[in-house]
Design a protein around this ligand. Sequence first.
Ligand code: B16
Ligand code: MG
Length: 211
Amino acid sequence: MKAFLFDLDGVLVSTEHNHFLAWQRCAHSLGIDFTEKENELLKGVSRVDSLKKILELGAKTIPDAEFEALLKSKNDFYLESIQDLNQSNLLPGVLNLLQEAKEKGIHLGVGSSSKNANFILDKLSISSYFEVVIDGNGVSDPKPHPEVFLNGAKALGLDPAECMVFEDAASGIAAAKAGGFTAVGVGNPHIADQADIYLNDLTEFRVEQYA
Ligand code: B16
Ligand code: MG
């Protein structure tokens, strides 16, 4: 493999609970029930599509201005809740994997649905590892469409067959497979069957096997 492309949330760091609390607050303000079970549907899904799914769950429609205002208040609440994020919040095995891959000359990139990806990578002090960061600001078709990872491979001048994608969400594994990448599922047993390789966490990954 010539490159590793990483999803951010659920693979490098976990702020899914922060997303959940922010969406729950938003759903409750609309009178819609929202638990961890419904939150599963939103993992790896863009902000706009997440709010659409919540409205579907509650069979509600709202005016555009209210939709935009809810997106903003959800994001403000989420950002406030990750203020103190730092390198100690990296998921197990991340730093070792990035260091080893870098030493072996493997190109590294991020492919995230989040519009906050660069902000989060900076907080984690790992931005310098990545040659390319494709985030929710740089794609028109969100996961499960492969665009985010295809743009990453293209920016590195590589073919998808030369790149591995690390993902924790069903939508991300679907995006990787649709794009012709090797899909590595991480830390989410629900996706074990869909991924080409499955790991409980990144400490299980042996860089030398794929370098
Ligand atoms: P934002 P990933 C995704 O990140 C999260 O899994 C998902 O829960 C979130 O709704 C989405 O980013 C959008 O995030 O509101 O920050 O733009 O897993 O693709 O790195
Ligand atoms: Mg994810």
